[in-house]
Design a protein around this ligand. Structure first.
Ligand code: NAP
Length: 271
């Protein structure tokens, strides 16, 4: 049977795909831009229209699903019609903040299907530092609001390893209906993350602490609501340590990777 991985150009989807193919599974990767996704042995590429996911789901038994609040209902109907047995949803730690959170809303809708659902709930990704790298290469600065906000960033490979565990175990093996909060190994300020970038790469960086209004003017985001949610979240995290969740160890039997490891896994990013 085929496993569908959506969001094929995404960092986590790519790592999940590699792991599933290495384990000998037939993988169909689906993207909104399939021409930008390379095929490989054991991997086929399909288009993904979240408003009409039925073609991508044909013949699929399990799905690794990127969250899309507005189109989750269309997914449930198509997955049920296709006879999907298991969905592993890439959600967010923010879903634990209450039912109004967009990821919480998606979780609620996706759980309405007749397949088994498992929710992966990661906190901030270490890979957000890729956006900082563009700034550093262009200006030598990282310009962010709330530099003293604390998060426990997680390596994309740890999220992928957690997803692989659930997909390879399959439905009916202890993961059905569960949510797994996932964090990296340590709570730290974004200011400290920037110091670590300099320590590991040797690149001097000026960290510029933006006001919320400066950030509104400078941050390119898909929608204003998402930007305000993020600003409020960062404001709430200033001086507040992020609890470390056991999810990565529980699912992968290894410790979460450190930010220093992430930086050495992405050489040349800041230079
Ligand atoms: N970044 C964080 O700190 C963080 C923390 C917790 C949760 N999350 C959640 O994790 C997911 C991926 O985050 P990311 O973008 O940072 O990582 P990413 O793994 O690089 O994902 C980007 C990919 O997501 C796919 N995607 C699927 N549905 C999408 C949609 N409606 N709009 C835009 N892209 C969509 C796209 O793939 P195709 O174009 O190939 O279809 C895109 O290339 C999001 O749901 C995000 O809310 C992120």
């Amino acid at each position: 049977m085929t496993i569908l991985v959506t969001g094929a150009r995404g960092k986590i989807a790519r790592a999940v795909t590699t792991g599933l193919a290495a384990a000998g599974h037939n993988v169909r990767v689906a993207s909104r831009e399939p021409s930008a996704v390379p095929a490989a042995p054991g991997i086929t590429v399909a288009g993904y229209d979240a408003a009409d996911p039925a073609p991508a789901l044909d013949g699929v038994s399990q799905v690794f699903l990127y969250s899309d609040p507005s189109l989750a209902l269309a997914f449930v109907a198509a997955a049920d019609a296709a006879g999907v047995k298991q969905v592993v949803l890439l959600s967010s730690l923010s879903a634990l903040g209450g039912p109004e959170d967009p990821h919480a809303k998606t979780e609620h809708v996706i759980a309405g299907g007749s397949y088994a659902t498992t929710r992966l709930q990661p906190g901030a990704f270490m890979s957000n530092a890729m956006f900082w790298a563009h700034q550093v290469r262009a200006t030598g600065q990282i310009r962010l609001p709330y530099l003293d906000a604390e998060e426990a960033p997680i390596h994309e490979q740890d999220i992928a390893d957690a997803a692989l565990r659930v997909l390879l175990d399959g439905p009916g093996n202890g993961h059905d209906g569960r949510g797994y909060p996932l964090t990296g190994p340590a709570s730290m300020t974004r200011r400290h993350q920037i110091e670590l970038v300099t320590q590991v790469t040797g690149v001097p960086i000026e960290a510029v602490d933006l006001t919320a209004d400066q950030a509104r003017a400078e941050l390119q985001m898909r929608d204003a609501g998402q930007r305000e949610t993020l600003l409020a979240y960062w404001a709430s995290r200033v001086g507040v340590s992020q609890p470390i969740e056991p999810g990565v160890e529980l699912l992968t039997a290894h410790s979460p990777r450190t930010f220093t490891t992430w930086l050495t896994d992405h050489p040349g990013l800041f230079t």
